[in-house]
Design a protein around this ligand. Structure first.
Ligand SMILES: [Zn+2]
Length: 426
């Protein structure tokens, strides 16, 4: 295909013209529905004959043309904990607007996780966190905007801004009133993780079920919550849930469900990971599993093989690459990839361990049911070459090198989640 395009100039220009037209009308068919008009530029991979022998610069170009969506980020906790500012380049957080831009991230769910000391005050805590995010939106309106619908996402991404979405991690924020869901929905909350590590009024958690502390599953109140979430068009996040709760919800909900930051139990037997039957059930619902970058959920005995991230091992070099290229993300990624080349193979846990989980789901149920939910800024220990949100290019590059097609890479980077979002949230 590539040879054909490059040899015959007229054909090439004809294809370029067609691809320009397709930019406005392109439709990506998936097994579960249709996702329209979401390529960021007219240089989409499928229209540009990139199908073989990608050079490094083509991979970088492809990455920035694709929609990159991450379903789980805890930056809001860093605001609470240390007063971090989304619009400043923070040296002690894994995310901020500039880093998202350098990493090519277009769509980010910002999660309000409730720290133990705020559980009694959970609803107000969450309301404050949502207000904090909206203050950032006002302060950095040229660079950052919050989406409430699929059309919003499309518009914000097309305008070149970082698109934020709001989520709550732990249904404890709902308290005892189902009507709180309506309030959260109005404010923009588009998914809720039903539990965190502790059992709440809705359901028993993965940690508690695993430790035989509580295996009650979904409660009566929980059933009302799930039904109302379905009615509102709010995504149900099963990450952190116990198995009993999980199956109760699968039996009840009418919508596709998501796991916003969970991995495969078969690869790493951790209570936070999903068993094969659970992965199959999520796929059968039409949902998606978003892979977590925390090394404890990626490999067994992570603490024994864990090494310093490349950022910690080579702070001076990486600082220099950043300072010399901070206004040009193409050269930033190009220089850094060249520097990484040859460094990573013997370095403990790497991006390949993340792709192993993507591979596992792809082989078990198909490529349409997996995406990215890093858990950055939530206290995770990431792979050496995925140390912050500037590093998503590593996933694109390694997926390509491991034989993923451009289509498959785009699905993992964002299209799979967008399909589910469009179906449930509209
Ligand atoms: Zn979590």
């Amino acid at each position: 295909m590539r040879k054909f395009c490059c040899k015959y100039g007229k054909v090439k220009w004809l294809l370029l013209t067609i691809s320009f037209v397709l930019f406005y009308t392109v439709t990506v068919e998936t097994t579960n529905g249709t996702v329209s008009g979401i390529y960021k530029t007219n240089k989409g991979f499928t229209n540009m004959c990139y199908n073989d022998s990608l050079t490094l610069s083509r991979i970088i170009e492809f990455h920035f043309n694709a929609i990159v969506l991450d379903a789980h980020n805890d930056f809001l906790y860093q605001v609470y904990k240390r007063g971090a500012d989304l619009g400043e380049y923070n040296t002690n957080t894994q995310s901020d607007i500039e880093k998202f831009w350098l990493g090519g991230v277009d769509v980010q769910f910002f999660v309000s996780w409730i720290p133990p000391e705020e559980v009694k005050n959970a609803k107000n805590y969450v309301l404050n966190q949502i207000e904090t995010l909206k203050n950032f939106e006002r302060k950095y309106s040229g660079k950052f905007e919050i989406a409430y619908s699929y059309d919003d996402i499309n518009r914000i991404v097309s305008n070149g801004k970082l698109c934020g979405l709001i989520a709550i991690e732990d249904g404890v924020a709902i308290g005892s009133e189902v009507s709180n869901l309506d309030e959260f929905y109005e404010l923009g909350v588009r998914y809720i993780s039903i539990t965190w590590n502790n059992t709440n009024k809705i359901a028993s958690s993965g940690k508690d079920e695993f430790n035989n502390k509580n295996k009650s599953g979904l409660t009566e109140f929980g059933r009302k919550v799930i039904k109302r979430m379905d009615e509102l068009g709010m995504l149900i996040d099963v990450s952190h849930l116990g198995e009993k709760s999980f199956w109760d919800i699968i039996a009840l909900t009418k919508n596709p469900v998501i796991a916003s930051h969970s991995n495969c139990y078969s690869l790493d037997q951790h209570y936070r990971n999903l068993k094969d039957e659970q992965i199959r059930a999520i796929a059968q619902s039409g949902g998606v599993i978003m892979i977590n970058f925390n090394d404890d959920f990626l490999v067994k005995n992570a603490s024994k093989i864990r090494k310093n991230t490349l950022k910690n091992s080579y702070p001076e070099t990486l600082k220099e690459i950043y300072e010399n290229n901070r206004n040009d993300r193409i050269s930033f990624n190009s220089e850094r990839l060249n520097f990484f080349d040859g460094l990573v193979e013997s370095e403990g846990i790497t991006v390949d361990n993340v792709i192993d989980h993507i591979d596992y789901i792809k082989n078990l149920v198909g490529i349409d049911y997996v995406g990215l939910g890093s858990d950055f800024d939530g206290g995770i220990k990431p792979p050496v070459d995925l140390y912050d949100v500037t590093c998503y290019i590593m996933l694109t590059k390694r997926m390509y090198e491991r034989g993923y097609t451009p289509d498959e890479i785009q699905k993992v980077l964002g299209l799979n989640f967008l399909r589910v979002f469009k179906q449930v949230c509209g």
